[in-house]
Design a binder for this molecule. Structure first.
Ligand SMILES: NC(=O)c1ccc[n+]([C@@H]2O[C@H](COP(=O)([O-])OP(=O)(O)OC[C@H]3O[C@@H](n4cnc5c(N)ncnc54)[C@H](OP(=O)(O)O)[C@@H]3O)[C@@H](O)[C@H]2O)c1
Length: 320
């Protein structure tokens, strides 16, 4: 039997011998190697023969190499709704991304990343508040590469008229939807350019194009997000980076409307009352994944999606 197989994994075993017992062959084996190796790396042939590297270590190295080779997609707000669904789809073999899930709720993103890995995908969870500029910069510096950025973190807070609304809600919406997108995009842009085929996705909304009563602060923030996507596309002309804007209408996710109505689940449910099939997080994730996986020269500038029951912002067919 090959002795090295009998030795413990990872062991490098030196067998003690008396000098006088050495044969010429053994002496030759212990002479320093020269020629092919750098001078500081002088090892005896015997030591090289006895170096047994565990299979586990080899497969870990291969995995690490695979991770570096695999394109990376960063998804913000991946702890729920559209972001979580998008992370799942981008990690599937059809898309083939190593997804980096970011959000503030660590348990959520770690749980989802573990599920994705169990299903054979590559996923990493990283806590990130997109409104914290220095944290965003540190995060961007800590990742090896970035091929796709999905700016999804966002939300609506409050549904009061402009006359009655709280400026703090407007500030919070501006910070997460607009400045959050700005911070993350700025921080990752050098890596997106360096990837040679970068993609930035901006999750805006039909509210980026049409106003509605009680939506003032959200409409303003989402209009600003549309402005970021449109401006960035112009400014990046000539760079190998696409800018894709996805603008959904009514999407039924677990938390979006509940957050808007400050935890009032009944009011949140009323948004979708009688609507046969509002869009789902998976519908939007499917469209994002489709747009991202087009050949790199194809830029889906803007994709607006609504459920069939929503012909326009105000024209929603309800079966009540
Ligand atoms: N649902 C709709 O009808 C609809 C329609 C059009 C557009 N959209 C847009 O689509 C995006 C996702 O919506 P959704 O329905 O999936 O809502 P959601 O389930 O409420 O998801 C929002 C995500 O954003 C994250 N987030 C919030 N504040 C954050 C912060 N400061 N830093 C980092 N992450 C933050 C949340 O995670 P943590 O709380 O864990 O941080 C969560 O994962 C939003 O930009 C929304 O405006 C939604």
């Amino acid at each position: 039997m090959d002795r090295s197989q009998a030795e413990p994994a990872g062991a490098c075993v030196a067998t003690p011998r008396l000098v006088s017992e050495r044969s010429d062959r053994q002496r030759a084996a212990e002479e320093p190697l020269s020629g092919n190796l750098p001078s500081e790396l002088t090892v005896s042939r015997q030591a090289v023969r006895k170096l047994t590297v565990s299979r586990q270590a080899v497969s870990k190295l291969a995995e690490a190499k695979g991770q570096l080779m695999q394109p990376v997609a960063v998804v913000t707000g991946a702890s729920s709704g559209i972001g979580a669904a998008t992370a799942r789809l981008l990690a599937r073999p059809q898309a083939g991304y190593h997804v980096v899930l970011t959000a503030r709720r660590v348990d959520r993103i770690e749980g989802l990343a573990a599920q994705i890995r169990q299903d054979g995908g590559l996923a990493t969870a990283r806590v990130l508040d997109v409104t914290n500029r220095s944290a965003v910069q540190a995060f961007a510096a800590s990742i090896e590469r970035c091929d796709v950025l999905v700016n999804n973190a966002g939300g609506a807070f409050g549904a009061e008229t402009i006359a009655a609304s709280d400026p703090l809600d407007w500030q919070a919406m501006y910070e997460v939807n607009v400045l959050g997108t700005l911070h993350v995009t700025q921080a990752l842009l050098p890596k997106l350019i360096a990837s040679g085929n970068g993609t930035i996705v901006v999750l805006s909304s039909t509210a980026s194009f049409v106003a509605y009563e009680g939506g003032g602060g959200y409409v303003a923030a989402k209009h600003a997000e549309h402005a970021i996507a449109a401006t960035l596309r112009l400014e990046l002309s000539g760079e190998p980076v696409r800018v894709i804007e996805i603008a959904p209408g009514m999407v039924r996710t677990d938390e979006f409307a509940v957050n808007r109505y400050r935890g009032d689940a009944e009011r949140a449910a009323a948004v979708y009352a009688g609507v046969a099939e509002p869009l789902t997080a998976d519908d939007i994730a499917d469209s994002i994944t489709w747009a991202v996986t087009r050949p790199p020269h194809v830029n889906v500038d803007l994709l607006m999606l609504r459920p069939r029951a929503q012909a326009a912002q105000h024209k929603v067919h309800r079966e009540l």
